[in-house]
Write a protein that binds this ligand. Sequence first.
Ligand SMILES: [Ca+2]
Length: 451
Amino acid sequence: MAAFLKERRWYGATLLAAALMGGCAATPSATATQPAASAPASEQAPAEPGATPATASLAVPDMTTLTQTTCPKEASSYEEWVARFGAYALHQGQPEQVIRTAFAGVYENPEIRDRAAKQPEFVTPVWTYLDRAVSAERIAKGQARLPENRAILAEIERDFGTNANILMGIWGIETDFGNNFGNVNVFEALSNVGYGTRRKDFACTELLSALKIAAKGYVAPKDMIGSWAGAMGHSQFLPSNYLTIAVDRDRSGAPDLWTSMPDVFASTANHLVRDGWQRGLPWGFEVKLPAGFPYQNAELDITKPISEWKKLGVTRFDGSPLPALAGDTSILLLAGHKGPAFLTTQNFKAILKYNYSTSYALSVAYLGDRVMGGKGIQGRWPVDEPPLNLEEREEIQQRLVGLGHLEGAVDGVIGLKTRKAIRLFQLQAGLPADGFATKSLLLEMRRRMAG
Ligand SMILES: [Ca+2]
């Protein structure tokens, strides 16, 4: 978490209160990043004789004067977007007082939208990501938190079927075991996402959910604290998840994702169960693929019964036969055919629903296993493989488009479609079809396409 987020404070009465109430804002809205109320009155310039008083300028509209029946798409300032959202929330039946209270302490935060819009120059290699996510320090932190939580984890395993490994893993990856769940108010986070990014419908949906949480009296708006992206508390639930999935395990009257570990763990468990978590099934484990394995099958959307992988010669990492497991399974490679391979079950997919990133899900799985005394990844990562920069990733995509293997936007994001297109090229070139974008792949494409 960036330092700027750690230094954030909650302001009681700010510019935004003015925005919603039809404006005693003296500061021009576009440049206002500090609450107007914090400026001592003596520092404010006296009004020119005859000039319109700032309070009457209405640079900021009052939400009650606006008609807004859909999520606001256009706004000339952050304050206007918030006022328009307020009008929309009123139209959606949210109580005016709740809206005013919720937005009374928020202000424009360009860093939130910069983070949301960021396209990384280099994508962190999966082995670096895993080293950071599942560090020795973090494993030790998790183990230190285990004794005080053992009883509740056992109860939740009994009632939900989710083991302690996975709940500890999610807790550790999401918030470093509660050491870092963010300190941005959810109304501020999501209103900045709504105003400053393309994710307006997402922001509106989540802001409406946050208002509903406040209107029901579950959590006071000022206590809804989380990440810059609007994910709240130990389990990093979005407001809509809070409303539909969070569990009041300790029967205090409402789910508390900030201070009640029974509520936090039960809510996480409920999230996993809703997304198909099966009691008694592992997330998966590391495997060994035989020479000549058809690597085009190593993708999460290709599922087979475990017996089919057995026939193809897949074994456990130590060479022993695969166990019998119910349901469909997939082979996962995160760094191509030279890196470790994993067999995953539908429980791995339930982790992915929490956050759709295979590196994330693998980190959760391994952190949980390590905290509970299990082994780390045994296979070697191709750590000498240089990372591709944005331009190189885009060049690979452009070349795939040129070959007719890929359609759509060239954006430098190597997702499922791009991996499938890379595989087509690899199969034609007689290379292992692992779909992994590397420098040597790019060089091979240049060589073949030059002639
Ligand atoms: Ca509770």
